[in-house]
Design a protein around this ligand. Sequence first.
Ligand code: BGC
Length: 718
Amino acid sequence: MRTNELKQILTEMTLSEKVGQLVQLTPDFFLAGGEITGPMQEWQMSKEQLFQIGSVLGTHTSEQVMQIQETYLEKSRLKIPLVFMADVIHGYESIYPIPLALASTFSPEIVEEVAQLSAKEATQAGVHVTFSPMGDHVMDARWGRVLESNGEDPTLSAALTRGYVRGYQGGNLSTEKNRLAACVKHFVGYGAAQGGRDYNTVDLSHVNLYQNYLPAFQAAIEEGVELVMTSFNTMDGIPVTGNKEMVQKILRGDLNFEGVVISDWAAVVELIAHRIAKDKKEAASLAFSAGIDMDMMSDSYQTHLAEIVLDTNQQVALDNAVFRILTLKNKLGLFEDPYRGLRELDDNQLAATKKQLAESILTISEKTPVLLKNDNQILPLKVGQKVALIGPKASSQDILGAWSWIGESEKAISLASGLQEKSLELSVLPMEDGQVITDEAINQALILAKENEVVILAIGETSEESGEAASLAQISLSRNQDKLVQAVAQVNPNVAVVLFNGRPLDLSNIVEEVPTILEVWFPGSQGGRSIANLLMGEVNPEGKLPMSFPRSVGQLPLSYLSLSTGRPMHEGNKDQKYISRYMDEGNDALFPFGHGLSYSQFECVDQGISHQAFREDETIEIRLAVKNNSQIAGGTTVQLYIEDLVTKVARPVKELKQWQKVYLEAFEEKEICFTISAEDLFYVHHDLSRSVETGEFNLYIGLSSQDESIKHQVAYTM
Ligand code: BGC
């Protein structure tokens, strides 16, 4: 449809129909076939109002979408199709590893594939828009939603966010009907919830906001993301969903976003609970003047916006908001095809898509686990070895993670099933996932541990323990799982812990007890198979931590991107008193950002730097050889960090700027080159502009944020 035709529709709409377009409800409002349902009664909503709304979120099946859209088009006066949105976060029915796991690949190409194939499946079920990617900057493992994040580094997160948007949206939403419009969320600052408690207060400086919290959103917007979701939290004392400065000035102004702004679930009405609105009318008024186009799951706009618009003469603003929603529907091709995507594929094609997804999930879930520790080379296992698999995650199919609301966990492949396909002498002692491990169960584990060469302990979290509304004050292993590890390690030195979880855990009370720890996150539908392949050495671990594992919950929030402080701690002063340190714990992470081992032995060898100094329009090249000093082929991620020695605004001691994935055969060596330009040195100044001054910089290249195998000092000059 052409723009003038869209504008024509706008002129035909009544005030109430315009307000309706800005309302998004769940399917249960429709399920009684257009009769007054429970939720409608509660909100005193009329049938006429229902058939004016703009959007539905969270449908489960193609039949549901078909039925709702059909009824809606039949009963609504203008027959503007509904746009269907849903949380397609790491897959729809076929589930990939959680986003934090995907971030362990450091690969925008991989997340692009995940997004593209997830879109292919979700569009078949009638979904048009996904509430993904999540670009929230995170530093606090107590916050359960770190599971949905790209980790603690804003440069990595921005690159991955771009990958998701590209994968979901493709090039043209109206012709590519197997693509979804993407909605980047939660704008902004949600990850900085105090104490890691979900929905809690946020108080951020603007320098921090611009440096760390905005880049992922900016990246998504540059990539053409169609929607932005505002967050629940306050910024500068005002919840973002009612915050003009955040939405109008920063999102629309500085970031130049032109698409649809949608609130998070009930966030408009929650302005009352925040105590910045006295009632729903004031909540609607604040949200609308802040710039929220669509009210997700509250009746504030529906009931009050028409009156507000008339009283305050905001007709133009209303028309603009409605037009943005009509434009989104038009870009999706809904006016021509309200059943977009539905039943596009026949049964054979559907089966082929499922197969393609299963293969892609398997390959990608082999790349997401992170080998945290592997002393004495317990892993890989050897063919024919006598192995005991023990623990609550041994046979558990609860391996999909918190956002797999349509994923079928009963079809997920458990680790026990994966290992049973291998040539091992395998004994399995499953334990009830999510239950406290009893002394009796530990005793059984000890018997089995003594009888076997190697013990795999499969432990971690249940999917309810991370994700939304799953904050934890304690992030060590719960339900006696640490006791199990300690006891088993006493009777068998060859223990490999396989950890299933959605956040960095505090592993300090098991880390010294066991030689091997493999972090597999929530690995998705094919989890057991991919982990079995990794344990057997048929594939080699290559994941790198996108988020630091703390030594203690007391260190949180924690990130490798810490500032120097006026009293930095170093080797020479670490026992002195008036130093920025903990008296009872180190400052550093137990496993730092960027860390991740391999069965191969990699080494980075300096091959020299092109210049010691460069100007604005010049670059510096650093060459290095990456060597595999082992007979096992594998892959790793070589990381380049910058340290700016003197700045106008205090900067982190080290910042990731570039990385490259390198795959090497046994004893192979490859030369790679990093090219540094002024852009890599830019940072946010006090006036929020981005620039860099002349001066000295250290460049570090290695295999984690703490690896300084290669170091150069360079000067940036006029
Ligand atoms: C979450 C969002 C999600 C929305 C819709 C909210 O509770 O914060 O991330 O997209 O629900 O399901």
